[in-house]
Design a protein around this ligand. Structure first.
Ligand code: BGC
Length: 761
């Protein structure tokens, strides 16, 4: 297919039309040139293929999407930390796309969880860019292995729904690079998504859809992204500006105003035909790629996808509390099942990601199947109202008393987990809290199963109950997964991909959320998620990486390939993991690094590796990690690049970010060559931080100290003037001690500068 030749034959109008959707879900076709339409559908945890792809209105209330497998949402699947599983999920969704005639899946979402209030957090993976980037890549690789494109979204900083269409995320360069961009960069480099969807919001005052630096300089030129850039639905304000910035395809369509805008810009020279051709080329590449690479799938085994949804759900769930091994349940004779969510589980959140499930497991029914004749009582327990309803509570208490164990299933009111607006708090309803407390008072053996997509605060009730299982928004197979875990058919292995704070006001963005005057300042900087709680030495409800198991694991024998290594050589780390308990199970080994000597502030620790292992009782496996130069680097805004520095690092192996079992110290030798930025106004500290500058200052210091005048006139020779004056400009210091200098300060300064710059060449 010669795309250039096709473009040569296209009229300007055809080109402009191709750069704007033809409907809510399709691109324009050009029959005379054999250009077919390209069909898009939302995801990311299932295919939401509209029944009528030619519709022009994309409304969330659209319930008429074709049935497809509803997997657990991203916040759940992230807790599997399982690259293989995410790839399998992507493959299954890719196949369903093929059967439903979908060319591009609009997902996954890869925004960082800056605040637990973000209404769309259930659609996002993590607060950590490393984990998020790798999981997104795994998912994309799965989808794209079927010849279906994935559109990684929302680029970038769509970290809240409040004023998402207009607000400006004000993020300093280092934070943007290390946290928000890194998540996308990792995913893009590891999976080459066919498309990137730019977000609605502004970044530092410029709409992401018009942000040339973001879309062209960073994404395309620096990272080498060669797919097409698509706008979020309605994110384009000025079609010409957006095209110039890098948005190839505006969605949805049709948009008469945008079309006219493009034609006018071409006619008056504001937009070059080359720029239009470039956008057309990016779109056409995807259009034809999807026709050429799409695998042929006649039909799919929908049952096997349902099984996969169950498996993913079971590995997503996180056992948070299990006092006195209340779980797994051991043949109870009677069980009180309380809570509406046991019969109507929340399998997904609301908004554009909502799919029409092909099947549905109900927790209550699955428990009954495994209960081996135990007597089952059921009470609805709550409505979606805030106010306490004593009658419902009394009924729940009465069945809890009569049973051996009480299982309380809770979901938030649906409007609290919905795209386009944020939550107001992270609490369960007043009634739900009272329900837990009352049931737990009547029945000491109470386990709470939380069926929500984001953290809820637990401090008001967690001490009252013996067990807590986080089942997340569990997808269509979650009902069976819950039952399997409760009865020990499956050993829980999920680990939190985000910190659960004790209370909302503890969370990193609390003071700087939701922003004012259409700006939200990312004041916490790089200290987001566990990076924040660690730095502030704060207690949390449950830390990042945390999760219990029915068995125990022991880590030992931590080895590194070298105690001292050059950054470019990287470092290999190995350790042994043993299942020391009585049940087979999976564990997630987390590797963090801690930079002990950096010039700029760095997090106490950062995740740089993770592995999941499956171990039988008594079994040991050796696992290894390979760290690369970038894993040790940080972004230095002064040099506008990633740098490493000589110094000590700790390699930490943990069961969570707060449970580090093994530590090894290593020394990194940096090969980073930095340009010298010292000038007339640089401080003593800046001179000392520069390798060459330090040598120069040290020799100057010797020279001055040796001068008799200096010794004679200096009142206290023990004072280290260089240290005392480290935040003073060097020239200022030289002027202060000019009486001890062989030449006037300005001449010395110019000689020092030529030496420090000159010798670098
Ligand atoms: C959402 C996107 C979604 C698109 C199409 C937008 O409102 O932000 O994530 O893909 O709608 O439904």
């Amino acid at each position: 297919m010669d795309i250039n030749e096709i473009i040569n034959q296209m009229t300007i109008k055809e080109k402009a039309a191709l750069c704007i959707g033809a409907s809510a879900w399709c691109t324009a076709s050009v029959r005379r040139l054999g250009i077919p339409q390209m069909v898009m559908a939302d995801g990311p945890h299932g295919v939401r293929r509209a029944e009528n792809i030619d519709e022009v209105h994309n409304i969330y209330s659209l319930r008429k999407s074709l049935p497809s497998t509803c997997f657990p949402t991203a916040s759940a699947v992230a807790c599997t930390w399982d690259i293989q599983l995410l790839t399998e999920m992507g493959e299954a969704i890719g196949k369903e796309c093929i059967v439903q005639g979908v060319d591009i899946l609009l997902g996954p979402g890869n925004n960082m969880k800056r605040t637990p209030l973000c209404g769309r957090n259930f659609e996002y993976f993590s607060e950590d860019p490393y984990l998020s980037g790798d999981l997104a890549a795994a998912f994309i690789n799965g989808v794209q292995s079927k010849g279906v494109g994935a559109a990684l979204k929302h680029f970038i900083a769509n970290n809240q729904e409040y004023k998402r269409y207009t607000t400006s995320a004000e993020i300093d360069e280092r934070t943007l690079r290390e946290i928000y961009l890194t998540a996308f960069e990792r995913a893009i480099k590891k999976s080459k998504p066919w498309a990137i969807m730019c977000s609605y919001n502004k970044l530092n005052g410029i709409y992401c859809s018009e942000n040339h630096e973001l879309l062209t300089e960073i994404l395309r030129e620096e990272w080498g992204f060669d797919g097409f850039i698509i706008s979020d639905w309605g994110a384009v304000h000025d079609r010409t500006e957006s095209l110039k910035a890098g948005v190839d395809l505006e969605m949805p369509g049709p948009q008469k105003k945008s079309f006219k805008n493009l034609i006018k810009a071409i006619n008056n020279g504001e937009l070059t035909e080359k720029a239009l051709n470039d956008a057309v080329k990016c779109i056409l590449k995807a259009v034809f790629k999807s026709k050429e690479e799409k695998k042929s799938v006649e039909d799919i085994d929908i049952n096997s996808h349902h099984e996969l949804a169950r498996k993913i759900a079971s590995e997503s769930m996180v056992l948070l509390k299990n006092n006195e091994n209340i779980l797994p349940m051991t043949k109870p004779k009677s069980i009180a099942i309380i809570g509406k969510a046991a019969k109507t589980p929340h399998i997904q959140g609301g908004g554009s990601s909502e799919v029409n499930p092909s099947n549905l497991d109900i927790p209550y029914e699955e428990i009954v199947k495994l209960a081996e004749g135990a007597k089952i009582f059921y009470e609805e327990g709550y409505t979606m109202k805030e106010e306490i309803n004593p009658v419902m509570i009394d009924k729940a208490v009465s069945i809890a008393k009569d049973a051996e164990i009480a299982l309380v299933f809770l979901a938030l009111p649906s409007h609290k987990e919905f795209e386009s607006y944020d939550r107001e708090d992270i609490k369960l309803t007043k009634h739900q809290i009272q329900l837990i407390k009352s049931v737990a008072l009547a029945q000491p053996k109470t386990v709470v199963i939380l069926n929500t997509g984001s953290p809820v605060s637990m401090k008001e009730w967690i001490d009252d109950v013996q067990g807590v299982l986080y089942s997340w928004l569990m997808g269509q197979g979650g009902g069976k997964a819950v039952a399997d875990i409760l009865f020990g058919k499956i050993n829980p292995s999920g680990r939190l991909a985000e910190t659960f704070p004790i209370k909302l006001s503890d969370s990193p963005a609390y003071i700087n959320y939701p922003g004012e005057n259409n700006k939200v300042i990312y004041g916490e900087g790089i200290f987001m998620g566990y990076r924040y709680y660690d730095k502030k030495e704060m207690e949390v409800q449950f830390p990042f990486g945390y999760g219990l198991s029915y068995t125990t694991f022991k880590y030992s024998n931590l080895k590194v390939s070298s105690d001292e290594f050059k950054d470019v050589d990287g470092l290999t780390i190995t350790l042994d993991v043993k299942n020391t308990g009585k049940m087979a199970g999976k564990d997630i080994i987390q590797l963090y690094i801690s930079d002990k000597e950096a010039r700029l502030a760095r997090p106490i620790k950062e995740l740089k590796g993770f592995k999941k292992v499956d171990l039988k009782p008594g079994e040991t496996k050796t696992i290894s990690f390979k760290l690369e130069e970038r894993d040790f680097a940080y972004y230095h805004p002064k040099y506008k690049r990633w740098i490493t520095e000589d110094g000590e690092f700790e390699i930490m192996i943990g069961k969570s970010s707060r449970d580090i079992s093994l530590i090894k110290k290593v020394r990194l030798i940096s090969t980073t060559q930095l340009p010298c930025t010292l000038d007339y106004n640089s401080t003593v500290r800046e001179w000392l931080e520069d390798k060459k500058g330090k040598e120069i200052i040290e020799s100057l210091s010797k020279e001055i100290m040796n001068r008799k005048d200096f010794m004679r006139l200096s009142s206290d020779s023990n004072v280290d003037i260089w240290k005392a004056a480290q935040d003073t400009q060097l020239i200022f210091l030289l002027k202060q001690i000019s009486w001890a200098l062989p030449l006037v300060p300005d001449i010395i300064m110019s000689r020092l500068l030529s030496k420090v710059h000159g010798e670098r060449k």
